[in-house]
Write a protein that binds this ligand. Sequence first.
Ligand SMILES: Cc1ncc(COP(=O)(O)O)c(C=O)c1O
Length: 457
Amino acid sequence: MLPVTLDRTCGEPLPAQLAGQVRTLVLSGTLGTGDRLPSSRALAADLGVSRAVTEQAYDQLTAEGWLEARRGSGTYVATTHPRGVTSRLTRVTSGPTGVTSRPTGATPRPTGATSRLDTGTPFFDPRLESGWRRAWREVSVAAPPRGYDDPRGLRELREALAARLGRTRGLDLHPDEIIVTAGTTDGLRALLPELRHGPVAVEDPGYRAAAETVLTYSREVIDLPAVERVTDLGPAVAAYVTPAHQHPLGRVMPAADRLALLEAARRADAVVIEDDYDSEFRYDVAPVPAMARLDRGRVVYLGTAAKSVVPTLRLGWLVAPPDLHELILRRRTITHAGAAWPSQRALLTLLRDGWLDRAVRSARRVYAERAPRVAEAMSPYATLAGPLAGMYSTWLLPETDALRARDAARAAGFEINLLSTYARTSGLTGLVIGFGGVSDAELDQALAAITGALSDR
Ligand SMILES: Cc1ncc(COP(=O)(O)O)c(C=O)c1O
């Protein structure tokens, strides 16, 4: 019998309560690597809940890497202590000394392309347009603050964000711990000047804007292998990661790797920068909880409205350990950096009205339907790099094939990103296919062009 107690009156769904308590048992060492858990049926009977509750909790913890199911044998605690592959960190680009510095693979804007199958254009449900307009009407009649407002951002917005981050990301936050930003990269820009001198490790392949921003701040970028366990951060003072959905390979960072990275960060006295850009868009299991939950003193959490609303709103949020929070705030108070008030005020209405929750639900439904369509078309020709989640999927292919497919799509009026443009030293090649910003018909046309080119091999 597991030492867990479920509370039917607290409002938190029973599977989430159970998963949370099992996670705590593993983290505290009460459950150790290799321990066998009771079957979902036996545990359900013990707890007096339906089997769906225990199965859902086990599925969730397996997806996060806390548990592993062994066929015909049962469910066990996965290896969660740091061991295994030690990743070599490769230095590729340099900042302060200016020895070598190269751009991190920005793609030139397409000429003549009509639709982008990129990772940055989310689905926008036309049925939600009236709610969107209502939010902006409210902005037009609200009185803006007369002077420079709180550098942390609009108080009511931070309250609404704290409530939502608690509900959706498992983060227990006071509104004053949140700093509203003008998006993920703005959060990174606010953080970088406050870190001690030294390089920043960024996943390779990884988010191009992150590597570029680090370089802009005259810091070296060190390549962090995107899908290996990292046990040593070398001289890095920070590690920029996308644990919920590695950008662009798609993997969920397993629990053991999260703990290993945090341990490596503690040893290096570095921070982990968690870019939590699209974690809400899981279709198989509930979103994987934020890594910041594991160590609020070591993780800087960056959230964004770019995926759940639109990137052009230019809004995000940052939660930093107290010392960094104070430094960021001090500088923002002096420089008046921050997010524009109209955007903040509009997002407040979108949150209060439940618009954002509806937008996420409807986009998730669309992505859940489109992702398998892309997979069905692509899998005869290419290898899927990670689990299906979010608004894009990444396909491994030789560069010549990827180029041919990209050119065929371009000729048909669609722009698609090459995986090689996200890679620095990893050398991975293939296609990154976004499916949020096109219609179903356009997606089919683009896939026909791509697979037509690939079948010509
Ligand atoms: C990995 C990743 N992080 C963050 C963002 C959002 O960045 P921002 O909030 O600066 O628009 C994106 C947008 O495409 C992204 O791909």
